[in-house]
Design a protein around this ligand. Structure first.
Ligand code: NAG
Ligand code: NAG
Ligand code: NAG
Ligand code: NAG
Ligand code: NAG
Ligand code: NAG
Ligand code: NAG
Length: 490
């Protein structure tokens, strides 16, 4: 162990130790000699401090207690039930392909009819044709009867008697799951107890119509196996009492309410009742790991200059390198240049001139529109939002993820500047074209999941057209702000 500690930081420091920035050298020469030596000592101390931080990052994760290891929830403990139809399946297959892998995930796709020409390829989930539901009443005007069939997927998947299931997870055929994060999220809860886990809509009006405590089906939701077995037994009885409801998720919610079970809210599930550019929402993701995204067909590509599929694949490549860190927001400050960096790992970095307070950066920028286009009333979202300038020239520079590489020492993610044409850019970052971010894989054991803490970052003092940010765990009482020392009053 000692040997490892000695080796790693030293090899890192050689490749990373940045040359002294030109402006710092200049300012040094202006001071009298004794001041110079003071500054030298200071910079030495700073280097030692930075090194110390590297050491911290490379400390091995705490050992997993073997007693727990036997009972750790894994991917294989989850059975997914995907609600689909013969019409939508051919179009949505690519979304399922993004997260489903036959060797590690268990899933079934429930369709109304067999799809004759579907690629029943072994790398896609088996298709199951749902039972007939014509005997159940459905009275919601303008709604779709298929809501009943989709609600009954809960019963149909449980009745398959799959072995060794801890959680049943339900989603649409256009729900993209981040399976490792889902596993981590569910690991917080005891699958032997009754749990209904998911998230409501981002849109206030949708929640008013349904319930603030309903898990919206597109974002997906999880039901512990013990609860799912009971729900499967009573579901048909419930279905006869709720013909007036619109969707399948409202039917499940109602039946669970009759069983006396409420929703456990997990903010990593995303119904995405919005259109347009998700940038503002995604770059201010909550501390919980990203579990799902929905409606990706209806939103702009996640990255500029790419089509939807390409952009999503690019995003998932990053998510596969460090699942727990994807979209996690970290903020750091460059005091000497008076800049604020907001890093949303795996997607983008925004560079603000001057000091931005951390809590302000945690509010999503309003880059998106409501799901319902024709809504006459103003739509309200469930979060406080910041304005996003309509004029692209007034927006803060954005650097989008270009590549991710990893080796034994850690992970480099590189971000390149999105050029906005015909804008007069501000000085401090004019020539900055690339930002490289170094981090180590974020390990989330269930204890850390229960009490998450945002990480900190340093801007390494060398920038030109490219600069480096180092993400690391925060110190014990470290504050994320531009001036974080305890003030000295004299
Ligand atoms: C899945 O398992 C099969 C058989 O064991 C193997 O041939 C295949 O390479 C595996 N696929 C992946 C993606 O690991
Ligand atoms: C397969 O089915 C889809 C939708 O049902 C249809 O659009 C497509 O033309 C079919 N392809 C073939 C080769 O039959
Ligand atoms: C599941 O188990 C029940 C009860 O043992 C049985 O009635 C049913 O046929 C089984 N279903 C399947 C698909 O094997
Ligand atoms: C998206 O881009 C990729 C790569 O350029 C291309 O192969 C694919 O056909 C494109 N998809 C669509 C729907 O345009
Ligand atoms: C990203 O940055 C690292 C560190 O400088 C470098 O080794 C790597 O080649 C860069 N990748 C790309 C695609 O620029
Ligand atoms: C950039 O710096 C120059 C010289 O310091 C100044 O004249 C100019 O107004 C600055 N531009 C902006 C956009 O701040
Ligand atoms: C900054 O860029 C110039 C020109 O590309 C290069 O000569 C110089 O070494 C760079 N400085 C640093 C600190 O990277």
């Amino acid at each position: 162990m000692h040997q490892r500690k000695k080796k790693e930081p030293s090899s890192l420091s050689t490749s990373q130790d940045p040359p002294m920035p030109a402006n710092l050298i200049k300012s040094v020469t202006r001071f009298p000699p004794c001041f110079k030596s003071l500054l030298l000592i200071f910079s030495l101390l700073l280097n030692l401090y930075l090194l110390g931080n590297l050491w911290y990052t490379f400390a091995p994760p705490p050992p997993i207690i073997s007693r727990l290891a036997a009972s750790t929830t894994t991917r294989r403990h989850i059975v997914f039930a995907i609600a689909s139809s013969s019409l939508s399946w051919p179009r949505r297959e690519p979304y399922v392909r993004l997260w489903y892998s036959p060797n590690t995930t268990r899933a079934f796709a429930f369709l109304d009819r067999p799809v004759s020409n579907a690629s029943s390829s072994p790398d896609m989930p088996p298709m199951v044709v749902s039972a007939d539901t014509s005997k159940f009443p459905y009275t919601f005007k303008g709604g779709l009867r298929s809501a009943i069939r989709v609600a009954r997927v809960v019963k149909e998947v449980v009745d398959r008697n799959e072995s060794n299931v801890r959680w049943f997870v339900f989603g649409d055929d256009d729900t993209v799951f981040f399976v490792d994060n889902l596993v981590n999220t569910l690991s917080k809860y005891d699958h032997e107890k009754w749990f209904y886990i998911g998230s409501n809509s981002e849109c206030y009006e949708q929640n008013v119509k349904n319930s603030f405590d309903m898990a919206f089906g597109g974002g997906g939701f999880a039901i512990s196996h013990s609860l799912a077995r009971v729900l499967a037994r009573v579901l048909d009885s419930c279905l006869t009492r709720y013909p007036h409801l619109y969707g399948s998720d409202a039917r499940i919610y109602s039946c669970l309410a009759e069983l006396g079970v409420g929703l456990t809210h997990e903010p990593g599930f995303h119904q995405v009742d919005m259109r347009g550019n998700l940038f503002g929402m995604l770059t201010a993701h909550p501390l919980s790991p990203l579990v799902s995204l929905h409606h990706l067909e209806a939103v702009d590509p996640l990255f500029p200059h790419m089509n939807r599929t390409q952009a999503l694949e690019h995003f998932i490549t990053a998510a596969n390198v460090d699942p727990a860190r994807i979209l996690q927001q970290t903020v750091c400050y460059d005091r000497s240049n008076s800049l604020t960096f907001s890093v949303s790992w795996g997607l983008a970095i925004q560079v603000f001139q001057g000091k931005e307070l951390l809590p302000d950066l945690l509010s999503p920028q309003k880059t998106f529109m409501p799901w319902r286009r024709s809504s006459k009333v103003d739509t309200h979202f469930m979060f406080k939002m910041r304005d996003y300038p309509r004029d692209p020239c007034k927006r803060t520079p954005v650097f989008f993820l270009e590549s991710v590489t990893s080796d034994k020492r850690g992970i480099w993610s590189n971000y390149t500047r999105l050029d906005v044409e015909n804008c007069f850019e501000f000085n401090a970052t004019e020539q900055l074209k690339q930002i490289r971010v170094f981090s180590t894989k974020l390990v989330l054991d269930s204890e850390r999941m229960k009490a998450p803490r945002r990480q900190c970052c340093n801007v390494l003092p060398s920038w030109n057209d490219s600069m480096t940010i180092h993400i690391r765990p925060c110190g014990n009482d470290e504050l994320i702000s531009m001036h974080s020392e305890t003030p000295v009053f004299s």
